[in-house]
Design a protein around this ligand. Sequence first.
Ligand SMILES: [Zn+2]
Length: 298
Amino acid sequence: MGVNLLQKLFFLLPLAYQSPSNDGTSQNTDWNFDQNGADWQGICATGFRQSPMKLSVDSSLIVPLPRIYFGNYDVPLKRPLTLVNKGYTADMTIPETRNGQKPFITGGLLKGRYVAEGVHFHWGSPVTRGSEHVIDRRRFDVEMHIVHRSTRYEDLTEALNHIDGVAVLGVMFKIVRNPHRAYPGLRKIFNAVPDIVEYGAEMDLPGSLTLGQLLGDLNTRDFFTYKGSLTTPECNEAVTWTVFADPLPISLADISKLWILQDSNGNLIRNNYRELQPRNNRPVFYRTNKDLSNFYLG
Ligand SMILES: [Zn+2]
């Protein structure tokens, strides 16, 4: 073990000084998920619209919102996606598509277009589930976030200063024994995870992808939506959340790869989800294609 630790130190020292990744922000954070965010005082906003939240159909306003419209989600991206170990998550910056535009979303509660900026994940451990949002009292194994920025603002940094600046899509993953569906986009990501074990490591995903391929055959018609915040410092209250109600089935073999990722100290990144935040009477809307008539008859 002693030799092993020494080897680790030699590997980690240069990594700690590696240049920041493509988006130019510093990755060596002074916070972590050891207490799931309970110790983020001073670096996290403290308003009444924090995320994540407990979501449930029976505490939501069921309204006929438009479905989410996915623009350029089916157009191949210009560059390969690069998966990066940021020390607290596995992250990808979204490039333009081959038509020179960015994938974008609108619909739901969103006013105008929101272009895709990045994708990252929250997960648990071999004995815990790690989604951030809890749906009908259920925490899922993994939650994927696709972060979008309103085209009203120049960049993500600027958008984070505005209440309507950012839109995040939340997608739940559920471990199933024999997934009967294969998702080529997600497959490529999970295959690359073992290549980014150390903090700062990067790996290009092979071949061309569309952003839509990360959604597989997700049911995007049923979702919860509400106004909240980033779930990592500085917890800016700039986010319109759209959390899809149904999970994607993923194999244990794929999800368990996330459990071996390491932070800048060589510790395993596990349970990188923020604790649930108070709702503070915020309205949560539920949009569905399902027939809920029996629900009311109860
Ligand atoms: Zn997130």
